[in-house]
Write a protein that binds this ligand. Structure first.
Ligand code: IPD
Ligand code: CA
Ligand code: CA
Length: 307
C-alpha cells in the first residue's frame, strides 16, 4: 500500500454534485440545439442570442429551484430570483454564443455559487460581493466537467487539477476575449498585440468561462479581459483559485465580481503581467523584447541556476 496521503479533493463537495447533474443536462440540451440548428437574433450590432440561450437558462433556473430551494439565481438571459437570499447562483447557460451560432464547437454551461452572508455577519448590501463557494463549468462537446468548492480543491472530470508551472510570460500561452458590445471603445487590441509578441501566443477562443477553466487546468498560463459580467466569471474565478492560481484586477487589487477587469494566471507570472499592464496604462516605454539569442542565454542561465 502506498504511504502517500490520500487526495480527498472533492470527496466532500456540498453543492457540486447536484449542480453538475444540472450542468450536464443543460449541456446535453445545447448539443441537441446545435445538431438541429437555431435561428440567431441580434441584441446589438454583433451581440447575438439564440433560442438555446433562453431555453437552457429556463431549464437551469427550474432545476436549481428544485435542488436548492431558497437559493437566488442571477442569469445572463434575465433571471433574477430571490436576490436577497444568502446563496446566489450566477448562471451563464451558454458561454460562447457566437461560437455556438456558427457551429464552432467551443462553448459551455457555467454555474457559480456565491455565499452572500458569512459567519453570522449581517447581510451584505445587495450589490456587495460575498464569497464564491462552488463552481461548475461543463463543456458538452468534449464532455469535460470542471468543478470546485472553496477550500476543497478543484477537479476536471473527477481528477484533481492544478495550474501550470510556467515561470515567465515569454514561455506562456495566454488567452483573452473581446466584447460584443461597444467593441470600438475597447482598448484590448493594444494589449493583445503586446502580449502576443511577448509570449507563445494569445488565444481568442470565444468563451471566457472555458478560458478561466483552462487556466485552472494548466492548459493556459494566463487570461485577461475587460468588461466581463459576473455570469461569465463567477465559476471560473473559483476554479483558478482552487487550482493554485491567482485572480486580480489589472492593478493587482482584489477581484470583485462586478469588476470591469479580470486577470487570472498560474500565480507565477502574475507580477510580470501586472507590470506590463501598469506600463501600458501609464504610456511608459516597455522593456525591449529579447532577441532569440538573448532569450536562449537567459534560458540557459536559468537552467544552470536551477542546478
Ligand atoms: C462572451 C464570451 C466571450 C467574451 C465575451 C462574452 P457569451 O459570453 O465569454 O469569450 O469575450 O465578452 O460576452 O455572450 O457568449 O455568453
Ligand atoms: Ca458569457
Ligand atoms: Ca451567454
Amino acid at each position: 500500500m502506498s504511504d502517500a496521503p490520500e487526495d480527498r479533493t472533492g470527496t466532500d463537495f456540498r453543492w457540486v454534485p447536484q449542480a453538475s447533474t444540472i450542468a450536464k443536462e443543460a449541456g446535453a440540451r445545447l448539443r441537441q440545439f446545435l445538431a438541429q440548428g437555431v435561428e440567431t437574433e441580434y441584441k446589438g450590432d454583433v451581440d447575438i442570442v439564440t433560442v438555446a440561450d433562453r431555453t437552457v437558462e429556463k431549464l437551469i433556473r427550474g432545476r436549481l429551484a428544485e435542488a436548492f430551494p431558497g437559493h437566488g439565481v442571477y442569469g445572463e438571459e434575465g433571471t433574477r430570483e430571490q436576490l436577497e437570499a444568502q446563496f446566489r447562483w450566477y448562471v451563464d447557460p451558454l458561454d460562447g454564443t457566437t461560437n455556438f451560432a456558427h457551429g464552432f464547437p467551443h462553448f459551455c454551461v457555467s454555474l457559480g455559487l456565491e455565499q452572500r452572508r458569512l459567519g453570522g455577519r449581517a447581510g451584505t448590501e445587495p450589490d456587495e460581493d460575498g464569497t464564491l463557494v462552488a463552481s461548475v463549468i461543463y463543456d458538452p462537446m468534449r464532455d469535460e466537467l470542471f468543478t470546485a468548492e472553496r477550500g476543497r480543491g478543484a477537479l476536471l472530470n473527477g481528477r484533481p487539477m492544478r495550474v501550470s508551472r510556467i515561470p515567465e510570460l515569454a514561455e506562456s500561452l495566454a488567452a483573452t476575449g473581446f466584447p460584443s458590445r461597444k467593441r470600438h471603445d475597447n482598448p484590448n487590441i493594444h494589449f493583445y498585440q503586446e502580449f502576443t509578441l511577448r509570449s507563445h501566443g494569445v488565444r481568442r477562443a470565444g468563451s471566457a468561462a472555458l478560458d478561466l477553466a483552462y487556466v485552472a487546468a494548466g492548459r493556459l498560463d494566463a487570461f485577461w479581459e475587460f468588461n466581463l459580467n459576473p455570469w461569465d466569471t463567477a465559476a471560473g474565478i473559483l476554479l483558478v483559485e482552487e487550482s493554485g492560481g491567482r485572480v486580480t484586477d489589472f492593478s493587482g487589487g482584489m477581484y470583485q465580481l462586478d469588476s470591469r477587469e479580470t486577470l487570472a494566471s498560474n500565480g507565477l507570472i502574475h507580477e510580470e503581467l501586472l507590470g506590463l499592464f501598469a506600463d501600458m496604462f501609464a504610456g511608459r516605454n516597455l522593456s525591449p523584447i529579447p532577441t532569440p539569442q538573448e532569450f536562449a542565454q537567459h534560458r540557459a542561465a536559468r537552467a544552470a541556476m536551477a542546478g
